[in-house]
Design a protein around this ligand. Structure first.
Ligand code: BGP
Length: 444
């Protein structure tokens, strides 16, 4: 049966929940990191964040009024397993169970992310992504999630943006734990992440036989002109190129092993002597079949012909969000097209959004025409790819509410709904209504 197009929005536990140490929650590396002074800008913590832990009903109601038929959220591993494994925290399970029921009450399909960077601190202390036990711990966690929620949740994202886990292993990387691991260690962590993913896929298939699974990497997209075959091929090559100096940022480091069963051949050439042991059983586990090619896409680089058969950057008329990310709607055309043509799985955009310093104005509203424009232009490129025959099954805006943008604090606002971090009052922005109209018009 053809999948219903998912019109969704996304969030992540640490960025919105609050409920720090509440009802038995264990610490994650982000709790510890943000409590260490001067590690992040302005020392923001996730102790309260949007207080979603107590206000989820209000938030889900706003999602329903917006017309979402899907919502992507993540489980804080240490809320349900405070030590990362072993003893289950039933209060944490209850929170997610109630949240899921609330979504289903309004006909909103839950998309559950197992891992959105908030590693239980206890597991970090036992070696984290460098420990060979991580796939086992992650499998145990996935089993618990499948057993407790699999009667109601069918869509799972194993790991969000694995490249950012690796980013957190470089000193000054911004992301927790921001420690200087060697390249060798980072390549070991890549392999462990992939094995953890494969283990979770197998466990979820057993516990939730009708589950639909993907993982959510992130990438920028090189965007060629539509009528230049030569540049289209060049852009495709660039998109799938493994950068020797920065392997984590390419698409292929994680997606080739998962979808094609092996690392790209340059990986073996570039990192001789640094690569961990990779067995055929590992590759078999890692490439356990999944259902979707999920991808987070925010930005890209436009190119035009330089007149001599090569290309040159085309930055004419490009605007930027407050973090300096270029607004390139064509990324939602070329990204899905290139991914589909290589991996042959239905594509779903799991994150795409725009950060700005939004304010509530005197009229009590939040006017964010830049974000409305962003939404219209990006979704229209995505639907254009769909009309061109690319199998696209959904779009999730990042994010449903303003939240803690990790080490950057509460300044950058990505939400469709404004949060006043003093009063915690929620105010739908103008773009909330724009997105509502986009969804409505796609359904008519
Ligand atoms: C998400 C984060 C967001 C945002 C986004 C951008 O997964 O939770 O808060 O930061 O990724 O990702 P990147 O910085 O890799 O482009």
């Amino acid at each position: 049966m053809k999948e219903k197009f998912a019109w969704g929005a996304a969030s992540a536990a640490f960025q919105i929940e609050g409920g720090y140490r509440e009802d038995g929650k264990g610490d994650s590396i982000w709790d510890v990191y943000t409590h260490e002074l001067n590690r992040t800008k302005g020392n923001p913590t996730g102790d309260i964040a949007c207080d979603h832990y107590h206000r989820y009903k209000e938030d889900v109601k706003l999602m329903a009024e917006l017309g979402l038929n899907a919502y992507r959220f993540s489980v804080a591993w240490s809320r349900v397993l405070p030590d990362g494994y072993g003893k289950v925290n039933e209060a944490g399970i209850k929170f997610y169970s109630d949240l899921i029921d609330e979504m289903l009450k309004y006909g909103i399909e839950p998309y559950l992310t197992l891992y959105h960077w908030d590693l239980p601190q206890k597991l970090f202390e036992r070696g984290g992504w460098l420990s060979p036990d991580m796939p086992v711990w992650f499998g145990e966690y996935a089993k618990l999630i499948g057993e407790r929620f699999g009667d109601r949740v069918k869509y799972f994202i194993t790991i969000n943006e694995p490249s950012n886990i690796i980013e957190g292993m470089t000193q000054g990387g911004g992301n927790a734990p921001a420690l200087g691991y060697s390249l060798k260690d980072r390549l070991t962590a890549v392999h462990t992440i992939l094995k953890a993913h494969g283990t979770a896929v197998r466990v979820l298939r057993e516990t939730v036989p009708d589950s639909k699974i993907g993982f959510a990497p992130c990438s920028g997209v090189p965007c060629p002109p539509h009528d230049d075959k030569n540049l289209i091929e060049k852009a495709r090559k660039e998109f799938f190129r493994l950068d020797k100096n920065n392997p984590k940022d390419g698409v292929t480091l994680f997606s080739d092993p998962i979808f094609l069963g092996d690392y790209p051949k340059e990986y073996y050439e570039y990192y001789q002597g640094l690569i961990p042991e990779i067995t055929p059983e590992d590759l078999d586990l890692i490439s356990s079949p999944i259902d979707f090619c999920f991808q987070n896409i925010y930005s890209g680089q436009k190119f035009k012909s330089d007149g001599n058969g090569d290309w040159t950057a085309d930055n004419d008329g490009i605007s930027y969000n407050m973090l300096g990310w270029a607004v390139v709607p064509e990324a939602l055309y070329w990204g899905p097209k290139f991914l589909y043509e290589r991996y042959r799985k239905p594509i779903c955009i799991m994150e795409n959004g725009f950060a700005w310093e939004d304010k509530v104005t005197e009229d009590g509203k939040v006017h964010d025409p830049e974000r409305s424009d962003f939404l219209k232009r990006y979704t229209s490129e995505l639907l254009r790819a769909k009309n061109d025959g690319i199998d696209i099954c959904g779009y999730f805006y990042w994010s449903i509410i303003d939240n803690l943008e990790w080490e950057l604090g509460f300044g950058p606002r990505f939400g469709l709904i404004h949060i006043d971090y003093e009063s915690l009052v929620r105010t739908p922005k103008d773009s909330y209504y724009t997105y509502r109209d986009i969804i409505k018009s796609s359904e008519s």
